[in-house]
Design a protein around this ligand. Sequence first.
Ligand SMILES: COC(=O)c1ccc(CCNc2nc3cc4nc(N)[nH]c(=O)c4cc3[nH]2)cc1
Length: 372
Amino acid sequence: MPLKYELIKKDKYTNARVGVIHTASGDIPTPIFMPVGTVGTVKTMTVDDLKEMGAKIILGNTYHLYLKPGMDIMKKAGGLHKFMNWDRPILTDSGGFQVFSLADNRKISEDGVMFRSHIDGSKHFFTPEKSIEIQNDIHSDIMMSFDECVDANASYDYVKNSMERTLRWAKRGLDYHKANSHPDQSLFGIVQGGMFKDLREISARETVAMDFDGYSIGGLSVGETKEEMIDILNFTTPLLPEDKPRYNMGVGTPDYLFESFEAGIDMADCVLPTRIARNGTALTSEGRVVIKNATYKEDFSPLDPECDCYTCSNYSRAYLRHLVNAKEILGARLLSYHNLYFLLKMCENIREAIMNDSFLDYKKEFYEKYGY
Ligand SMILES: COC(=O)c1ccc(CCNc2nc3cc4nc(N)[nH]c(=O)c4cc3[nH]2)cc1
Protein backbone atom coordinates (compact mmCIF):
# COMPACT_ATOMS: atom_id res chain seq x y z
CA MET A 1 0.00 0.00 0.00
CA PRO A 2 1.25 3.53 -0.68
CA LEU A 3 1.89 5.71 2.37
CA LYS A 4 -0.92 7.05 4.56
CA TYR A 5 -0.69 10.41 6.31
CA GLU A 6 -2.35 10.58 9.73
CA LEU A 7 -2.97 14.11 11.06
CA ILE A 8 -2.71 14.05 14.86
CA LYS A 9 -2.77 17.65 16.08
CA LYS A 10 -2.89 21.13 14.58
CA ASP A 11 -1.18 23.93 16.49
CA LYS A 12 -3.71 26.38 17.91
CA TYR A 13 -2.01 29.55 16.66
CA THR A 14 -0.13 28.57 13.45
CA ASN A 15 -0.45 26.18 10.50
CA ALA A 16 2.04 23.84 12.17
CA ARG A 17 0.79 20.28 12.71
CA VAL A 18 1.89 16.95 14.13
CA GLY A 19 1.26 13.79 12.11
CA VAL A 20 2.57 10.35 11.27
CA ILE A 21 3.38 9.06 7.79
CA HIS A 22 2.74 5.30 7.72
CA THR A 23 4.92 3.52 5.15
CA ALA A 24 5.74 -0.14 4.48
CA SER A 25 9.26 0.51 5.84
CA GLY A 26 8.03 2.14 9.04
CA ASP A 27 6.30 5.17 10.53
CA ILE A 28 7.63 8.72 10.23
CA PRO A 29 6.61 11.26 12.92
CA THR A 30 6.19 14.75 11.49
CA PRO A 31 7.42 17.46 11.35
CA ILE A 32 10.67 15.69 10.54
CA PHE A 33 14.14 16.50 9.21
CA MET A 34 15.53 13.95 6.73
CA PRO A 35 19.32 13.38 6.69
CA VAL A 36 20.71 13.23 3.15
CA GLY A 37 22.53 10.07 2.10
CA THR A 38 23.26 11.04 -1.52
CA VAL A 39 25.10 7.91 -2.69
CA GLY A 40 23.69 5.46 -0.15
CA THR A 41 25.42 6.80 2.91
CA VAL A 42 24.78 9.73 5.22
CA LYS A 43 28.43 10.69 5.11
CA THR A 44 30.46 9.21 8.05
CA MET A 45 27.33 7.83 9.78
CA THR A 46 26.62 4.11 10.28
CA VAL A 47 22.98 3.00 10.18
CA ASP A 48 23.27 2.37 13.95
CA ASP A 49 24.40 5.99 14.44
CA LEU A 50 21.35 7.12 12.44
CA LYS A 51 18.94 5.00 14.48
CA GLU A 52 20.58 6.08 17.75
CA MET A 53 20.19 9.78 16.87
CA GLY A 54 16.52 9.26 15.98
CA ALA A 55 16.62 9.43 12.17
CA LYS A 56 13.31 8.10 10.86
CA ILE A 57 13.85 8.50 7.11
CA ILE A 58 16.86 9.32 4.95
CA LEU A 59 17.31 10.58 1.39
CA GLY A 60 19.05 8.98 -1.56
CA ASN A 61 19.68 10.59 -4.94
CA THR A 62 18.54 9.00 -8.20
CA TYR A 63 21.16 10.86 -10.28
CA HIS A 64 24.10 9.84 -8.06
CA LEU A 65 23.03 6.22 -7.44
CA TYR A 66 22.34 5.73 -11.16
CA LEU A 67 25.92 6.78 -11.96
CA LYS A 68 27.50 5.00 -8.97
CA PRO A 69 27.10 2.10 -8.06
CA GLY A 70 24.70 1.91 -11.01
CA MET A 71 21.41 0.05 -11.35
CA ASP A 72 22.97 -3.30 -12.26
CA ILE A 73 24.52 -3.63 -8.82
CA MET A 74 21.54 -1.94 -7.14
CA LYS A 75 19.19 -4.57 -8.60
CA LYS A 76 21.51 -7.43 -7.71
CA ALA A 77 21.67 -6.10 -4.15
CA GLY A 78 17.88 -6.17 -3.97
CA GLY A 79 17.55 -2.41 -3.63
CA LEU A 80 19.09 0.30 -1.48
CA HIS A 81 17.64 -0.81 1.90
CA LYS A 82 19.46 -4.15 1.62
CA PHE A 83 22.55 -2.64 -0.02
CA MET A 84 23.12 -0.16 2.85
CA ASN A 85 21.43 -2.20 5.59
CA TRP A 86 18.88 0.55 6.38
CA ASP A 87 15.46 -0.95 7.16
CA ARG A 88 13.59 2.34 7.67
CA PRO A 89 12.01 4.60 5.00
CA ILE A 90 14.04 6.05 2.13
CA LEU A 91 12.96 9.03 0.03
CA THR A 92 14.72 9.53 -3.30
CA ASP A 93 15.02 12.77 -5.19
CA SER A 94 14.24 12.32 -8.87
CA GLY A 95 17.43 13.60 -10.46
CA GLY A 96 16.05 16.83 -11.91
CA PHE A 97 17.74 19.12 -9.42
CA GLN A 98 21.01 17.17 -9.50
CA VAL A 99 21.19 17.07 -13.31
CA PHE A 100 20.79 20.84 -13.38
CA SER A 101 23.17 21.54 -10.52
CA LEU A 102 25.87 18.96 -11.16
CA ALA A 103 26.00 17.50 -14.66
CA ASP A 104 27.80 19.19 -17.55
CA ASN A 105 26.44 19.98 -21.02
CA ARG A 106 22.87 19.20 -20.17
CA LYS A 107 20.28 19.67 -22.91
CA ILE A 108 16.60 19.81 -22.04
CA SER A 109 13.80 18.78 -24.43
CA GLU A 110 10.13 17.86 -24.14
CA ASP A 111 11.11 14.20 -23.85
CA GLY A 112 13.68 14.66 -21.10
CA VAL A 113 17.22 15.80 -20.30
CA MET A 114 20.44 14.79 -22.06
CA PHE A 115 23.46 15.23 -19.73
CA ARG A 116 27.06 14.28 -19.23
CA SER A 117 28.04 12.66 -15.94
CA HIS A 118 30.00 14.94 -13.60
CA ILE A 119 32.11 11.88 -12.78
CA ASP A 120 33.41 10.72 -16.17
CA GLY A 121 31.65 12.84 -18.78
CA SER A 122 29.65 9.89 -20.11
CA LYS A 123 26.40 10.79 -21.88
CA HIS A 124 22.99 9.92 -20.40
CA PHE A 125 19.31 10.67 -21.01
CA PHE A 126 16.77 11.00 -18.20
CA THR A 127 13.04 11.03 -18.87
CA PRO A 128 10.22 11.12 -16.30
CA GLU A 129 9.70 7.40 -16.92
CA LYS A 130 13.43 6.60 -16.58
CA SER A 131 13.57 8.48 -13.26
CA ILE A 132 10.70 6.43 -11.84
CA GLU A 133 12.25 3.21 -13.19
CA ILE A 134 15.52 3.99 -11.37
CA GLN A 135 13.66 4.85 -8.16
CA ASN A 136 11.86 1.51 -8.49
CA ASP A 137 15.21 -0.29 -8.78
CA ILE A 138 16.32 1.54 -5.62
CA HIS A 139 13.10 0.31 -3.89
CA SER A 140 12.47 3.87 -2.77
CA ASP A 141 9.58 4.19 -0.32
CA ILE A 142 8.85 7.78 -1.36
CA MET A 143 9.74 8.75 -4.95
CA MET A 144 9.83 12.25 -6.38
CA SER A 145 8.49 13.26 -9.78
CA PHE A 146 11.02 14.26 -12.43
CA ASP A 147 10.97 18.03 -12.64
CA GLU A 148 12.98 21.05 -13.67
CA CYS A 149 14.07 23.19 -10.76
CA VAL A 150 14.62 26.71 -12.11
CA ASP A 151 16.88 29.18 -10.35
CA ALA A 152 15.52 32.15 -8.45
CA ASN A 153 16.36 34.69 -11.18
CA ALA A 154 14.70 32.88 -14.10
CA SER A 155 12.39 35.07 -16.24
CA TYR A 156 8.61 34.82 -16.05
CA ASP A 157 8.39 33.30 -19.54
CA TYR A 158 11.11 30.72 -18.83
CA VAL A 159 9.50 29.75 -15.49
CA LYS A 160 6.04 29.52 -17.13
CA ASN A 161 7.22 27.21 -19.92
CA SER A 162 9.35 25.15 -17.53
CA MET A 163 6.50 24.79 -15.00
CA GLU A 164 4.10 23.68 -17.76
CA ARG A 165 6.62 21.09 -18.99
CA THR A 166 7.15 19.90 -15.40
CA LEU A 167 3.38 19.34 -15.19
CA ARG A 168 3.48 17.22 -18.39
CA TRP A 169 6.48 15.32 -16.98
CA ALA A 170 4.62 14.78 -13.68
CA LYS A 171 1.70 13.16 -15.51
CA ARG A 172 4.06 10.91 -17.52
CA GLY A 173 5.88 9.85 -14.37
CA LEU A 174 2.61 9.18 -12.54
CA ASP A 175 1.27 7.05 -15.41
CA TYR A 176 4.52 5.04 -15.51
CA HIS A 177 4.41 4.69 -11.70
CA LYS A 178 0.84 3.37 -11.72
CA ALA A 179 1.75 0.79 -14.36
CA ASN A 180 5.14 -0.29 -13.02
CA SER A 181 5.84 0.53 -9.36
CA HIS A 182 5.36 -1.81 -6.42
CA PRO A 183 2.14 -1.01 -4.47
CA ASP A 184 4.20 -0.10 -1.37
CA GLN A 185 5.99 2.68 -3.24
CA SER A 186 4.62 6.23 -3.06
CA LEU A 187 5.12 9.14 -5.45
CA PHE A 188 5.15 12.85 -4.64
CA GLY A 189 4.33 15.66 -7.05
CA ILE A 190 6.55 18.76 -7.05
CA VAL A 191 5.13 22.28 -7.26
CA GLN A 192 7.21 24.70 -9.31
CA GLY A 193 6.50 28.24 -10.57
CA GLY A 194 9.58 30.14 -9.36
CA MET A 195 8.92 33.40 -7.51
CA PHE A 196 5.64 34.03 -9.39
CA LYS A 197 2.48 33.45 -7.37
CA ASP A 198 0.20 33.07 -10.39
CA LEU A 199 2.47 30.32 -11.74
CA ARG A 200 2.76 28.73 -8.29
CA GLU A 201 -1.04 28.60 -8.05
CA ILE A 202 -1.42 26.95 -11.48
CA SER A 203 1.35 24.45 -10.67
CA ALA A 204 -0.15 23.61 -7.26
CA ARG A 205 -3.70 23.25 -8.59
CA GLU A 206 -2.73 21.09 -11.58
CA THR A 207 -0.31 18.94 -9.55
CA VAL A 208 -2.85 18.35 -6.76
CA ALA A 209 -5.46 17.44 -9.39
CA MET A 210 -3.26 14.51 -10.47
CA ASP A 211 -3.73 13.05 -6.96
CA PHE A 212 -0.20 12.17 -5.77
CA ASP A 213 0.58 10.49 -2.42
CA GLY A 214 2.20 13.72 -1.19
CA TYR A 215 3.47 17.06 -2.46
CA SER A 216 6.71 18.98 -2.29
CA ILE A 217 7.44 22.62 -2.89
CA GLY A 218 10.29 22.72 -5.39
CA GLY A 219 12.24 25.64 -6.74
CA LEU A 220 13.08 27.08 -3.32
CA SER A 221 16.44 27.41 -1.55
CA VAL A 222 17.92 28.08 -4.97
CA GLY A 223 19.35 31.53 -4.37
CA GLU A 224 16.27 33.56 -3.51
CA THR A 225 16.23 35.79 -0.42
CA LYS A 226 14.84 34.50 2.87
CA GLU A 227 11.88 36.88 2.49
CA GLU A 228 11.12 35.53 -0.99
CA MET A 229 11.37 31.94 0.26
CA ILE A 230 8.99 32.59 3.14
CA ASP A 231 6.59 34.52 0.89
CA ILE A 232 6.35 31.70 -1.69
CA LEU A 233 6.29 29.08 1.07
CA ASN A 234 3.37 30.75 2.89
CA PHE A 235 1.51 31.30 -0.38
CA THR A 236 1.96 27.78 -1.73
CA THR A 237 1.67 25.49 1.33
CA PRO A 238 -2.06 26.20 1.95
CA LEU A 239 -2.78 25.19 -1.67
CA LEU A 240 -1.67 21.64 -0.82
CA PRO A 241 -4.18 19.16 0.61
CA GLU A 242 -4.25 18.86 4.41
CA ASP A 243 -4.58 15.06 4.33
CA LYS A 244 -1.30 14.43 2.49
CA PRO A 245 2.36 15.02 3.52
CA ARG A 246 3.94 18.31 2.47
CA TYR A 247 7.71 18.51 1.86
CA ASN A 248 9.91 21.59 1.47
CA MET A 249 13.03 20.55 -0.46
CA GLY A 250 16.56 21.63 0.41
CA VAL A 251 15.79 23.17 3.79
CA GLY A 252 18.28 22.74 6.53
CA THR A 253 19.03 25.74 8.72
CA PRO A 254 17.04 25.97 12.00
CA ASP A 255 15.20 29.15 10.96
CA TYR A 256 14.20 27.77 7.56
CA LEU A 257 12.96 24.62 9.30
CA PHE A 258 10.94 26.61 11.86
CA GLU A 259 9.42 28.78 9.10
CA SER A 260 8.60 25.70 6.99
CA PHE A 261 6.93 23.79 9.81
CA GLU A 262 5.05 26.93 10.92
CA ALA A 263 3.60 27.16 7.40
CA GLY A 264 2.31 23.58 7.65
CA ILE A 265 5.22 21.69 6.06
CA ASP A 266 5.81 18.16 7.38
CA MET A 267 9.18 17.13 5.88
CA ALA A 268 12.47 18.80 5.01
CA ASP A 269 15.96 17.73 3.92
CA CYS A 270 19.33 19.32 3.37
CA VAL A 271 23.00 18.41 3.05
CA LEU A 272 23.83 21.41 5.25
CA PRO A 273 24.33 19.71 8.67
CA THR A 274 26.76 17.10 7.36
CA ARG A 275 28.46 19.39 4.84
CA ILE A 276 29.24 22.19 7.33
CA ALA A 277 30.37 19.53 9.81
CA ARG A 278 33.05 18.39 7.36
CA ASN A 279 34.16 22.02 7.18
CA GLY A 280 34.35 22.28 10.98
CA THR A 281 31.14 24.16 11.77
CA ALA A 282 28.61 23.00 14.38
CA LEU A 283 24.99 23.98 14.97
CA THR A 284 24.45 24.50 18.71
CA SER A 285 21.68 25.86 20.96
CA GLU A 286 23.74 29.08 21.18
CA GLY A 287 24.21 29.45 17.43
CA ARG A 288 26.90 28.27 15.04
CA VAL A 289 30.30 27.32 16.47
CA VAL A 290 33.22 27.44 14.01
CA ILE A 291 35.34 25.02 15.97
CA LYS A 292 38.61 25.94 14.20
CA ASN A 293 38.56 29.36 15.91
CA ALA A 294 41.41 29.89 18.38
CA THR A 295 38.73 30.77 20.92
CA TYR A 296 38.23 27.03 21.49
CA LYS A 297 41.92 26.09 21.78
CA GLU A 298 41.68 25.55 25.54
CA ASP A 299 37.92 25.28 25.84
CA PHE A 300 37.41 21.90 27.52
CA SER A 301 33.64 22.31 27.79
CA PRO A 302 31.18 20.34 25.62
CA LEU A 303 30.39 21.52 22.09
CA ASP A 304 26.81 22.30 23.14
CA PRO A 305 26.11 22.50 26.90
CA GLU A 306 22.44 21.68 26.28
CA CYS A 307 23.04 18.63 24.06
CA ASP A 308 23.15 15.03 25.34
CA CYS A 309 24.42 13.48 22.10
CA TYR A 310 27.44 11.12 21.94
CA THR A 311 29.76 13.92 20.78
CA CYS A 312 28.69 16.40 23.48
CA SER A 313 28.75 13.71 26.18
CA ASN A 314 32.27 12.48 25.42
CA TYR A 315 34.41 15.22 23.88
CA SER A 316 35.44 18.84 24.45
CA ARG A 317 35.53 21.75 22.03
CA ALA A 318 39.33 21.77 22.35
CA TYR A 319 39.55 18.15 21.24
CA LEU A 320 37.11 18.67 18.34
CA ARG A 321 39.11 21.75 17.27
CA HIS A 322 42.29 19.65 17.39
CA LEU A 323 40.72 16.92 15.21
CA VAL A 324 39.45 19.42 12.63
CA ASN A 325 42.78 21.28 12.50
CA ALA A 326 44.61 17.95 12.12
CA LYS A 327 42.12 17.06 9.35
CA GLU A 328 41.28 13.88 11.25
CA ILE A 329 38.25 12.02 9.85
CA LEU A 330 36.94 11.57 13.40
CA GLY A 331 36.38 15.35 13.54
CA ALA A 332 34.03 15.26 10.56
CA ARG A 333 32.28 12.22 12.03
CA LEU A 334 31.72 13.66 15.53
CA LEU A 335 30.51 17.02 14.19
CA SER A 336 28.22 15.34 11.63
CA TYR A 337 26.70 13.20 14.37
CA HIS A 338 26.06 16.23 16.56
CA ASN A 339 24.62 18.44 13.78
CA LEU A 340 22.16 15.76 12.69
CA TYR A 341 21.24 14.96 16.29
CA PHE A 342 20.71 18.69 16.93
CA LEU A 343 18.23 19.07 14.06
CA LEU A 344 16.43 15.80 14.84
CA LYS A 345 16.10 16.77 18.52
CA MET A 346 14.84 20.20 17.44
CA CYS A 347 12.13 18.48 15.37
CA GLU A 348 11.19 16.31 18.35
CA ASN A 349 10.88 19.45 20.50
CA ILE A 350 8.78 21.12 17.79
CA ARG A 351 6.42 18.11 17.67
CA GLU A 352 6.05 18.29 21.46
CA ALA A 353 5.46 22.06 21.35
CA ILE A 354 2.72 21.65 18.73
CA MET A 355 1.04 19.02 20.94
CA ASN A 356 1.01 21.63 23.74
CA ASP A 357 -0.06 24.54 21.49
CA SER A 358 3.27 26.20 22.36
CA PHE A 359 5.01 26.14 18.97
CA LEU A 360 5.44 29.95 18.93
CA ASP A 361 6.78 29.97 22.50
CA TYR A 362 9.37 27.32 21.61
CA LYS A 363 10.30 29.17 18.41
CA LYS A 364 10.81 32.43 20.37
CA GLU A 365 12.90 30.66 23.04
CA PHE A 366 15.00 28.85 20.42
CA TYR A 367 15.57 31.99 18.31
CA GLU A 368 16.65 34.07 21.33
CA LYS A 369 19.15 31.46 22.53
CA TYR A 370 20.40 30.68 18.99
CA GLY A 371 20.93 34.36 18.27
CA TYR A 372 18.45 34.87 15.41
C1 LIG B 1 26.43 24.23 3.49
O1 LIG B 1 25.14 24.27 2.87
C2 LIG B 1 25.01 23.56 1.74
O2 LIG B 1 25.88 22.88 1.30
C3 LIG B 1 23.72 23.65 1.05
C4 LIG B 1 23.53 23.01 -0.16
C5 LIG B 1 22.30 23.13 -0.82
C6 LIG B 1 21.29 23.88 -0.23
C7 LIG B 1 20.01 24.12 -0.88
C8 LIG B 1 19.42 22.94 -1.53
N1 LIG B 1 18.21 23.46 -2.13
C9 LIG B 1 17.40 22.69 -2.83
N2 LIG B 1 17.52 21.35 -2.97
C10 LIG B 1 16.52 21.03 -3.84
C11 LIG B 1 16.17 19.80 -4.42
C12 LIG B 1 15.14 19.78 -5.36
N3 LIG B 1 14.83 18.59 -5.96
C13 LIG B 1 13.87 18.58 -6.94
N4 LIG B 1 13.57 17.41 -7.56
N5 LIG B 1 13.22 19.71 -7.34
C14 LIG B 1 13.45 20.90 -6.76
O3 LIG B 1 12.82 21.92 -7.14
C15 LIG B 1 14.46 20.97 -5.73
C16 LIG B 1 14.78 22.19 -5.11
C17 LIG B 1 15.81 22.21 -4.19
N6 LIG B 1 16.39 23.22 -3.53
C18 LIG B 1 21.46 24.51 0.99
C19 LIG B 1 22.69 24.39 1.63
